[in-house]
Design a protein around this ligand. Structure first.
Ligand SMILES: C[S@@+](CC[C@H](N)C(=O)[O-])C[C@H]1O[C@@H](n2cnc3c(N)ncnc32)[C@H](O)[C@@H]1O
Length: 219
């Protein structure tokens, strides 16, 4: 691990788990959750094959992760979130859908990435990151220059970083940071039909917001 812990990009939520969710977590986490810290991660050992590998940062309730994992069984996906009820719900979906190509990290994705080899990811998804709208909290946005630098180093040449946000000012930040990065090429794209609408996106739509998708490919 690096000397200093990463700046926290999520809001602490301390609501206790229901008994049912706690039991689910206890039963399923050992099989599907990867430790946040530890030895370098070898996907061929974990998944038993070599396949395109995607990291979904901030999975929420795991709708996008599990839907795509079900549709793309030829991909391997790792989803990370600190939100315990979301991890429990995602585990339930993994079991119900009999997915073998997903693993979860119940923890900070920015800590877990230290286990990943450079240029080992085909994709990084950051869908509806916590917006941190107040000026004094902006340094907590996950799309900071230093985090984008980390993500670029993790992508294989040709791999892509996909951010979706319904906060205009957040999209502008991504455009500014990624658009000026010498190893990235891309920008705003039409909303891809394959990206499921999560409850977070739907809530934003009800409030009159619209999603902006940005995709940057590593040169
Ligand atoms: C606004 S929610 C969006 C969830 C989901 N992607 C969606 O579209 O519905 C953002 C999520 O990112 C998670 N998050 C933020 N920073 C994170 C980090 N460094 N590591 C893991 N999860 C993080 C939060 O806990 C939260 O669940």
């Amino acid at each position: 691990m690096s000397a200093r812990p990463p700046i926290r990009t999520f809001k602490p939520r301390r609501r206790p788990l229901s008994d049912a969710r706690a039991a689910l977590l206890e039963r399923l986490a050992p099989a599907w959750c990867l430790p946040e810290t530890g030895a370098p991660f070898d996907p061929t050992v974990t998944f038993g094959r070599s396949a395109p590998l995607v990291l979904d940062i901030g999975i929420g309730f795991g709708d996008t992760l599990t839907t795509i994992a079900g549709e793309r069984r030829d991909w391997d996906l790792i989803g990370a979130d600190v939100h315990t009820p979301g991890i429990a719900s995602t585990l339930a979906r993994i079991e119900a859908m009999e997915l073998t190509n997903v693993r979860l990290v119940h923890g900070d994705a920015l800590v877990f990435v230290e286990r990943l080899a450079p240029a080992s990811l085909d994709g990084i998804w950051v869908f509806f990151p916590d917006p941190w709208p107040k000026a004094r909290h902006r340094h907590r946005r996950i799309a900071s220059e230093s985090n984008i630098e980390t993500f670029v180093a993790l992508l294989r040449p040709g791999g892509s970083l996909h951010v979706a946000t319904d906060i205009d000012d957040y999209a502008a930040q991504v455009e500014r940071v990624c658009g000026s990065h010498p190893a990235l090429d891309g920008g705003v794209v039409p909303r891809p039909g394959w990206r499921p609408r999560t409850r977070y996106e739907r809530k934003g739509m009800t409030a009159g917001r619209r999603a902006i998708d940005l995709i940057y490919r590593r040169a």
